[in-house]
Every structure is written in structure tokens, then in C-alpha cells.
Design a protein around this ligand. Structure first.
Ligand SMILES: [Zn+2]
Ligand SMILES: [Zn+2]
Length: 435
């Protein structure tokens, strides 16, 4: 029993001593005719240095063995056993060649490209395996179809153009039909008073003359005091502006094309900075209504004190502002759900997706222990936003209306679809950087 073991041990000793007598020819690469470095075995069984294979792959654009031209399957791996053997047997040569390869930028680039090709191959295989790629591309196509349909609806029914008229046409020149449509937009309760306005053929000039007394008496007979006050308040706004104030997103966009486009992109890219900008430079016009919509006071607020905030409102706002700024935007869109059925939904979905993307980015920084670079990143972001805002302001007068519309609808309807894809990528490969 002991004898075979002894025999085996003596055989091993013998082998080690004869190892140096193995000729270099057996361990040479058939591309460079030198000792194999990181030998890579193909499916045909041939071995090549990894960098020789990468160079060949890059120049030929083929997945073929350089020697027998057989196609290889999958992504070739380094043959670990062979590598360890050559590293030990020809350590000097291999070390010298490794240093040469590292010093050669062309070879390094080829190796990197080859590795990337392999990574992509592996990724697409795992996607296929899970079937998720197929599923989400289906969802994405469906959503793109919905977005295109919404756009076609808006353009073909002229929703946008119809409202353009009243917000840019002076009140004094409104026709009786336009006065009635203005009245209807005040709310469902205004339907009650549609008839008398229609019968009397009230045009814009006459509308401007109407006061509390006229509205109370026949033929208008608005006996409900609240209704009368609402009509008069709206009439005062119209008088002050000279035109109808914008009452929905499309009217707002028509009246403030540049501002709406700026807000759309800025809120998407950097909600905190944009809200801060609104607080500093556009307090009463935009910031106040925004805040009252997102963080409504629990107690009823009178018209007179609407320009002030309760402390609880501020606290709620600041917490959301710091932690979940996109939540504020989603809540604002939620309030408009009745007016803009599809658009509000797109904005809410997009806000949630952007929150997830922001969370992923933070999580990545945290797991890579690079959270200390956050202030630096924020500073860079601030500069980027400022320079982009400046460029936008400079270029704005030269942007054609058509391009502006395209950018607007793109940000509104297509960016949520792109973000769905980004979120899926992030959740499936959390280690990769989002674009
Ligand atoms: Zn080689
Ligand atoms: Zn081969």
C-alpha cells in the first residue's frame, strides 16, 4: 500500500526537475510566437495571449479563431491553469511582456474594448434570461404610443390654439361667444348664468362696464352673493391684465412660453435650485401659489391672508424641499388632475421616477464610500445649472416657436418614458452609473 505512494512522490520530484527542459515552443502563442501571456482558450481549443486575441478581434471584427477560423461561443475566458503554469515556468519572460503590454496604449485600449464587449454580451444575456428587457421594451413602446396619441389629440383639436386667443386678445375686443366661454371657464356654477349673457349678446366692451349692481338685477340676476363676488373678482383680474389670465397649463405656456419651458427643464434637472430661484425672484407670482398648492393649510385661509404662510406650512414645505423635492412637484400636478388628465399623470410618474433615480445616485455614492464628494458634486452642479440658465437666457430670443414646442412636449411626455428605462437599468444593475 505504501509503495505506490512513494513511487508517485518520486515521480512528482522527477517532473519538477524536468520542467525546465520543456521547450518554450509548447507554451508559445501562434499570433506573436512568444510565451503566452494571460492565455485564453477558445471553443476550438486553441490558446492565444489575451492581448493578441483582443487585437485580432478589434482588427477583424470577427469572433473567429485566428488559426483555424472556427467561431467561438460566448466570451472567451482566461485559462487559469495554463496562466499559472506559464507564469511559474517562464516568470522572467512573462513579467517582461506584461510590463511591455501595460506600457503600450494601443494594446491597453484593445484589451479594454474587448472586456467591454464581453461585459455587454453578459449583460444582454442576463436580460434575455430574465425576460425583463423584452417586457420593458413592450411597456415602453406602449407608453410611447400613448404619448404620441396625446400629442396628436392636442394638435388636431387645437386645444392649444383656441386658448391662445383669449389670453392674448384685449378684453375690449372679445366677441359675445368669447365672453360666454370665459364665463364657462369660471366653474360649473357659472353655467347658471350662461343664458342671460348669451341672450344679451354681452361683448368684451360691455363686460368691462358690468358692476355689482348690474349683475344683481335682471337680466343677469346673479342673486347668489358668492357667485357675484367670484365673477367680479375674475373681472377685476381681467381688467388689470387687459387680457384673460392663464388658467391652465396650455394658456400659461402660450402666455409665458420661455418661462414655462425654463421651469419644465429646470425643475426636472434641479428642483431645489429652481424652487429657491422662484422664492428669490418670483415670490408672489409663482412661488406663493406653488406653495399653497403643495402644502395647503389645514385651517381655511381667507383671501386676505393668502399672501402669508403658517409655520406648519413652512415646516412641511422645508422637509419635503430637502428630502423629496420631486414630491412637491408631484403634489402640484396632483392638484391639476381634474384639468389636465393625462399631462398631470405624466408629470406625477416622472416625478416619482426622478426621485428613484436620485435615491439610486445617493445610494451608489454611499456604498462606494464617496459620500464625502457630495458637496463637491453639488458645487459642480450649481455651476452647471447657472451656466446653462445663462446660455438659455441668451439664446432664447433666437429659438423658433416650433423648436420651443418640440422641447416642451419632449420634456413633458417623452422624458418620463426615458426615465422608466433608466430606472429599470438602475434597479437591475445598481453598480452602473446613470446617464
Ligand atoms: Zn500572443
Ligand atoms: Zn482554433
Amino acid at each position: 500500500h505504501l509503495q505506490p505512494q512513494l513511487q508517485y512522490q518520486s515521480m512528482r520530484k522527477h517532473n519538477v526537475s524536468t520542467a525546465s527542459s520543456i521547450s518554450e515552443h509548447e507554451f508559445s502563442c501562434h499570433c506573436c510566437y512568444d510565451i503566452l501571456v494571460n492565455p485564453t482558450t477558445l471553443t476550438c481549443g486553441h490558446n492565444f495571449c489575451r492581448h493578441c486575441l483582443a487585437l485580432w478581434w478589434e482588427s477583424s471584427h470577427k469572433n473567429e479563431c485566428p488559426e483555424c477560423r472556427e467561431k467561438w461561443e460566448g466570451f472567451p475566458k482566461i485559462n487559469i491553469l495554463l496562466r499559472d503554469a506559464t507564469d511559474k515556468l517562464f516568470s522572467e519572460v512573462v513579467q517582461r511582456r506584461r510590463a511591455e503590454i501595460q506600457a503600450n496604449p494601443k494594446i491597453s485600449r484593445s484589451l479594454l474594448a474587448f472586456q467591454r464587449y464581453g461585459d455587454n454580451l453578459g449583460r444582454s444575456r442576463t436580460n434575455q434570461h430574465k425576460g425583463a428587457g423584452f417586457f420593458f421594451s413592450g411597456v415602453l413602446s406602449a407608453l410611447t404610443c400613448v404619448a404620441v396619441m396625446v400629442l396628436v389629440y392636442h394638435w388636431s383639436y387645437g386645444v392649444v390654439e383656441q386658448h391662445d386667443l383669449l389670453i392674448s386678445k384685449p378684453v375690449a375686443r372679445w366677441t359675445p361667444e368669447e365672453v360666454v366661454s370665459w364665463l364657462e371657464q369660471l366653474g360649473p356654477w357659472a353655467q347658471l348664468y350662461r343664458e342671460p349673457f348669451q341672450q344679451e349678446n354681452v361683448n368684451g366692451r360691455l363686460l368691462l362696464m358690468l358692476g355689482d349692481e348690474e349683475l344683481l338685477k335682471a337680466p343677469y340676476s346673479i342673486e347668489n352673493q358668492a357667485h357675484r363676488r367670484a365673477v367680479l373678482a375674475e373681472l377685476d383680474r381681467v381688467k388689470a391684465l387687459g387680457v384673460k389670465p392663464p388658467q391652465n397649463l396650455w394658456e400659461y405656456k402660450a402666455a409665458n412660453a420661455g418661462k414655462s419651458l425654463f421651469l419644465l427643464y429646470a425643475l426636472k434637472r434641479s428642483p431645489r435650485l429652481t424652487i429657491l430661484y422662484l422664492y428669490l425672484f418670483d415670490y408672489s407670482e409663482t412661488f406663493l401659489p406653488f406653495l399653497h398648492t403643495c402644502c395647503p393649510a389645514i385651517a381655511h385661509i381667507d383671501q386676505e391672508v393668502e399672501s402669508r404662510f403658517l409655520e406648519t406650512q413652512w415646516a412641511e414645505f422645508l422637509v419635503k424641499y430637502c428630502l423629496l423635492p420631486y414630491q412637491l412637484i408631484a403634489e402640484f400636478a396632483w392638484d391639476w388632475l381634474a384639468v389636465h388628465y393625462w399631462t398631470s399623470r405624466f408629470i406625477i410618474v416622472n416625478a416619482m421616477l426622478l426621485s428613484v433615480l436620485e435615491g439610486c445616485a445617493l445610494w451608489r455614492l454611499w456604498t462606494r464610500a464617496r459620500i464625502r464628494t457630495l458637496p463637491h458634486k453639488m458645487w459642480n452642479h450649481l455651476w452647471k445649472m447657472l451656466s446653462q440658465g445663462f446660455a438659455f437666457a441668451l439664446l432664447w430670443p433666437f429659438v423658433p416657436q416650433f423648436v420651443c414646442n418640440c422641447l416642451f412636449y419632449w420634456a413633458l411626455y417623452f422624458s418620463p418614458i426615458i426615465n422608466i428605462d433608466l430606472v429599470v437599468q438602475q434597479l437591475m444593475h445598481p453598480e452602473t452609473q446613470a446617464l
